[in-house]
Design a protein around this ligand. Structure first.
Ligand code: AMP
Length: 114
């Protein structure tokens, strides 16, 4: 067994986080280094390393998270729009090896990303 990721430690309540939503399948909390007025991370409780590691039975979990993100965007009053980002692997800029979705909003966001 490798070391727990920082996100697994948040799930296990070993370190604190500003949790904005939780259910039996996923957890959402504010990013510690926000890149926009609203910057929330939504993670599955299941330990999936990255987008590339999704299994054939994970489709309903990802569908569930998609709807959680939609509802969170409404709850966090992102009526002007928002961005959902999943960085995967080193070229994708992933720094924590536990699948996570960034929900960013509250200001106009630039495109393309760097
Ligand atoms: P990524 O670069 O896509 O892997 O995103 C990882 C994100 O996790 C970054 O935006 C970090 O700021 C954020 N992060 C790292 N540690 C914590 C923490 N303890 N609590 C909340 N967010 C964190």
């Amino acid at each position: 067994m490798g070391q727990k990721t920082i996100f697994q430690r948040i799930i296990d309540r070993e370190i604190p986080a500003d949790i904005v939503y939780e259910d039996e399948k996923c957890l959402a909390f504010r990013d510690i280094a926000p890149q926009a007025p609203v910057h929330v991370l939504v993670i599955p409780k299941k330990a999936i390393k990255s987008w590339a590691d999704l299994g054939p039975r994970d489709g309903s979990l990802i569908g569930h998270i998609a709807l959680v993100i939609r509802d969170l965007a409404a709850k966090l009053e992102l009526a002007e729009g928002y961005r959902v980002v999943c960085n995967s692997g080193s070229d994708g800029g992933q720094t924590v090896d536990h699948l996570h979705f960034h929900l960013l909003g509250g200001r106009p966001l630039h495109w393309p990303p760097g």
